[in-house]
Each structure stands twice: as structure tokens, then as C-alpha cells.
Ligand binder design. Structure first.
Ligand SMILES: [Zn+2]
Length: 266
């Protein structure tokens, strides 16, 4: 088995490097984000072809959904979101870090729990990303999970019916990827574990986003934002939530929870 690792690392590293380079040229990731994506992709390839392909499914479906109605989304969310969608290294690691770590441990242990943890974490990232992109593209009217009032599309912790449907779809597709990657033949209990892990993780993400995530306030416009500097040019200040609980921290926690639920359910 160990003899496989070196060719996987070389081939996987080359492919991950090519994907990361193209993503950075097209503005989907920053330069640091591209290095992080390269590392995550190489780790996934070491885990095996199924792990690598599942990451490709996550990555390209996210890119395709984020390109859908891109300009309109940018207009609608420019007041609340930190920047326009070039993922930085922290964002990449918050979404793919647990999956990458699980892929590396899986190679050495062949532990089902580790495998399901990794896919549960990626199913959460997929559910969360699909929910955000689909909800914003369809101009869903989201409500805050904390106050139940309608709020600006793109706000953390806001949910809409379209978004929930997309989250369920994303978790399901990743559960199918997990079963195709980890088990021969088809195995329903493991599919359910990854699916429910992804749904649970996405739910935790929304609840944390609506409650403890740091929210900033612009005094000039009198509006909430996740941006440090509001588009009006005024510096926003931390006003509610936990100061260090950024969107990336919330993502890292919720993908971890999704993984733990998937591993624990099986
Ligand atoms: Zn402002």
C-alpha cells in the first residue's frame, strides 16, 4: 500500500497544481488560496482516486454555482460580504482542511470512521456552499435564524427555502461520492451517515452564523456588514457575536461537526 503513495502524491500534486493555478488565474482563489488548494488537492489524491474525484466534484460544482448570476449576486451582497468571492487560504482550509487531513490518515489506517469523518466534513462544505450560491442566484428572500426576520441575501445564518433544498442536494451528492469512493459494493448506512452529517453540519453553520459569528456595524449607513471596511469607505466596528468568530471559524467548526456526526452515526 505504501508503495502507492509516491505516485499518487506526484500525479495528484501535478493535477492539483494545475487546477489551483487555473482557479487563481480565473479569480476564484487568491494566490495564498491557490497554495492551500494545491495542498488540499494533493492530500486528497494521496487518499486515493475517489477522494480526489470527490474534491473535484465539490470544487467545480462550487465554481459553476458561484459563476451563475455572478454579477447580480455581487451587487446584491456587496454591502454584507467581506470581498468578492476570491477564496483565500483560510477559506479553502475551513472548507477542505478536515477532508485533507482525513485523506492522509485514511491511507495509513483504513479506518471507516476517519473516511466517514472526511466525507461528512466535505458534505457540510458542499451543502453550505450550494445553499449560499443557489439561494443568492434565485433571489431567495432569506430570514435570519436568530431573529426570523428577513435579511439581506448573503448574510451569514440566513436561510431560505431554495437554500435549504440546495443544501440537502449538495449533501446528498457528496454522500453518493463518499459511497462510490469508500465502499464496494453500494452501502446504504454509510450513504445515510454522510448525508445526515452534511445536513447537520450545514444546520450548525447557519445557527452559529446567526448567533455567535462576529457581526460588524457601519455607523454611517446604519447597517450590518461582514466587511471590515464598508463600501461607503467607513471602517465598520465589531458590535455583536464573538469577536474572533469569523465566517472561516464558523465554517471550520461546522465542517468538523458534520464529520463527527457522519462518523458517529455509522
Ligand atoms: Zn457604510
Amino acid at each position: 500500500m505504501f508503495i502507492d503513495i509516491i505516485p499518487r502524491m506526484l500525479i495528484g500534486g501535478a493535477l492539483a497544481g494545475a487546477v489551483a493555478l487555473q482557479a487563481s488565474r480565473r479569480g476564484h482563489v487568491t494566490l495564498a488560496g491557490a497554495y492551500a488548494a494545491f495542498a488540499v488537492g494533493t492530500a486528497a489524491a494521496i487518499g486515493g482516486a475517489g477522494w480526489a474525484l470527490s474534491l473535484v466534484v465539490f470544487f467545480y460544482s462550487s465554481v459553476a454555482l458561484s459563476d451563475w448570476q455572478r454579477d447580480e449576486k455581487r451587487l446584491r451582497s456587496r454591502l454584507v460580504l467581506p470581498e468578492v468571492r476570491a477564496r483565500d487560504a483560510w477559506q479553502v482550509l475551513a472548507n477542505g482542511g478536515w477532508f485533507a487531513a482525513a485523506a492522509l490518515i485514511w491511507v495509513f489506517t483504513d479506518s471507516w470512521h476517519v473516511g466517514l469523518f472526511g466525507f461528512g466534513a466535505l458534505a457540510t462544505a458542499m451543502a453550505d456552499t450550494w445553499a449560499t450560491e443557489v439561494g443568492m442566484a434565485l433571489k431567495a428572500a432569506p430570514r435570519s435564524l436568530a431573529t426570523l426576520r428577513s435579511t439581506t441575501p448573503g448574510t451569514s445564518g440566513a436561510v431560505s427555502a431554495h437554500g435549504v433544498a440546495a443544501a440537502v442536494g449538495g449533501a446528498f451528492v457528496m454522500a453518493v461520492c463518499a459511497v462510490a469512493s469508500l465502499t464496494v459494493p453500494f452501502d446504504l448506512p454509510r450513504l445515510e451517515a454522510v448525508f445526515l452529517g452534511g445536513v447537520a453540519g450545514a444546520l450548525v453553520d447557519s445557527v452559529l452564523g446567526a448567533t455567535v459569528q462576529s457581526r460588524r456595524w457601519c455607523d454611517v449607513c446604519g447597517d450590518w456588514t461582514e466587511r471590515r471596511v464598508h463600501p461607503c469607505g467607513y471602517r465598520s466596528h465589531h458590535r455583536s457575536g464573538v469577536r474572533w468568530m469569523t465566517n472561516d471559524t464558523v465554517n471550520a467548526v461546522s465542517t468538523g461537526v458534520g464529520g463527527v456526526v457522519a462518523a458517529g452515526l455509522w
